[in-house]
Ligand binder design. Structure first.
Ligand code: RIB
Ligand code: CA
Length: 313
């Protein structure tokens, strides 16, 4: 079977970094390119971090583009309190040598989709949805080329992680999220409800540490840094490893369970801005617009992650 063509839209972020490593290590996937967006840290860092990770994975030829540096109509909110000043705090990292592509990420997404076969590209947003929403607004015709959007974002039972009501990726650019959720494209959502069950427990992270490879050591150092914030906040035995669940879903969807439901995005109320109002119990007549994941086989997820990352140096 031919590898699945994907575009990863990302705001590295330690968990984004592990997602990129998993994608590059998986022959089922063909990473057409990586588009950076402002989110966890500003764009000048997310585009640099994306290149650092591609070089670490041994794929310096990967096309990396810089996209939008602010949300559609709001000030950027970042998350250095979680990811550190660089966005990839934890291990010492050298500056990347591989080039950043000249084209703007949104222009490249549009051009790539317009040149592609129908339903031949899967978009994998791991950060705020500004790039994706801008591309869909500027060139609605690109929908023909999009097979599916599989994104990390949102929360319902797990409630918010950046406000009491909202998950970070949606909160940073709720207007962009509304455009994506209203686009009428096949949409699969990996929310906190599920990612909070994918914890970086010590036995799981020790597997990366014991690989004896640079990738394994870096992954363990990133999760050691990244998890301290959530463990303190939730009192849990690890932190949710959010973004790699998007890539794991593409490789083995049976690891995840969810429901086809309606999800609307709050863009008016400052109190609940960015909330994903998920009709999990079907109490409205709103048409379902996404597969919203509620659970995963966490052991299976970490086994897949360890197996694939062990193939990198
Ligand atoms: O809320 C978690 C999400 O926000 C993850 O994608 C993390 O990387 C940050 O972007
Ligand atoms: Ca992210």
């Amino acid at each position: 079977m031919a590898p699945r063509n994907i575009i990863i839209d990302t705001d590295p972020g330690q968990d984004d970094a592990v997602a990129i490593l998993l994608a590059l290590a998986s022959p089922e996937l063909n990473v057409l390119g990586i588009t950076a967006v402002a989110g966890n840290v500003p764009l000048n860092l997310t585009q640099k971090n994306a290149r650092i990770v591609c070089e670490l994975a041994g794929f310096p030829e990967t096309l990396v583009f810089a996209g939008c540096d602010t949300p559609l109509s709001r000030k950027l909110v970042t998350a250095e309190h979680v990811h550190g000043k660089t966005g990839l705090d934890g291990p010492q990292l050298d500056a990347p040598e591989m080039p950043l592509q000249d084209a703007h990420a949104v222009d490249w997404i549009i051009e790539t989709c317009r040149a592609a076969q129908a339903k031949s590209i899967t978009l994998c947003p791991l950060g705020p949805l500004t790039n994706i929403a801008t591309a869909l607004t500027r060139a609605p015709d690109i929908k023909d080329a999009i097979e599916e959007i599989v994104l990390m974002g949102g929360a319902y039972f797990a409630v918010g992680n950046i406000t009491p009501a909202a998950e970070f990726n949606i909160y940073v650019d709720p207007e962009a999220a509304k455009i994506v959720f209203d686009a009428g494209l096949p949409l699969t959502v990996m929310p906190l409800d599920m990612t909070h069950k994918a914890l970086t427990t010590k036995p799981r992270i020790d597997k990366f540490r014991q690989m004896g490879t640079t990738v394994g050591t870096m992954t363990a150092a990133w999760t050691d840094f990244f998890e301290r914030f959530d463990m303190e906040k939730y009192g849990s035995e690890g932190a949710p490893l959010h973004d790699p669940t998007v890539i794991a879903y593409l490789i083995n969807p049976d690891l995840f369970t969810g429901r086809q439901i309606n999800v609307e995005i709050e863009t008016q109320s400052e109190l609940t801005l960015g909330m994903t109002v998920a009709d999990w119990w079907g109490v409205t007549d709103r048409a379902p617009n996404c597969m919203f994941m509620g659970d995963l086989d966490a052991e299976g997820f970490y086994e897949l992650l360890a197996e694939r990352l062990a193939t990198l140096q």
